[in-house]
Design a protein around this ligand. Sequence first.
Ligand code: FE2
Ligand code: FE2
Length: 229
Amino acid sequence: MKKKEKHSVELWRPKQRPAVKYEPWQNLTLMRLEADTRTQLASKKHRLEHSLSVASMAEHLAIIYDVDPFLARAAGYLHDWDKVVPTQELIRRAQRFGIDLGVPLESVEPLLHGMVAARELPERYPHLPSEVWHAIACHTSAAEDMSPLDMVLFVADGIEPLRRASEGIQQTRDLVGRVSLEDLFWNAFVGGLVYVLEGGRYLYPRAIDIYNSLALDRSKTKSLGERRA
Ligand SMILES: [Fe+2]
Ligand SMILES: [Fe+2]
């Protein structure tokens, strides 16, 4: 019998677990979200572990970058909620919600689970604010109007400790706390594009528009900073 290959991959962990004190209602909400996530993703053990890990990582980044850690943790739990939905069913749901990405939905199916979940879950969790749903909707594709919470979830999804390190992922991990959230997100976003291009994968056409829009914003902010200096 063929021996199972062992991965000699070192798991990266945040240096220290940040301490955060929540209100009792927030603790209750987070406990419920974790329990619901465990039930929803029970059939996909790795996805469940990833989601729990993203929740912790998002909370960690939120504390470092002065973003609401409660919302970050909540978004982390729920971000991959629809990863258990079969492909054709996910596409049907996306069509039903009128999600139009300008290309056949089959070609961008990996991006849809966040967008669909962001439309389905507000009914189930009406007490969570719209910021959470926006972060979940754009955690796969990014967007021109990334809020700090959106950036926290996007980066947490990409660098959570259970994700096997590539050079790009390690680079982003090494920047945590050493650069601004905008720069950290930019590093993760561009790293994701490079991963798609180098792997010869399909590039979602709007990714180029998003890249150009963010790049222009960054160059404006930079030149403003230079003028002020
Ligand atoms: Fe996802
Ligand atoms: Fe994820």
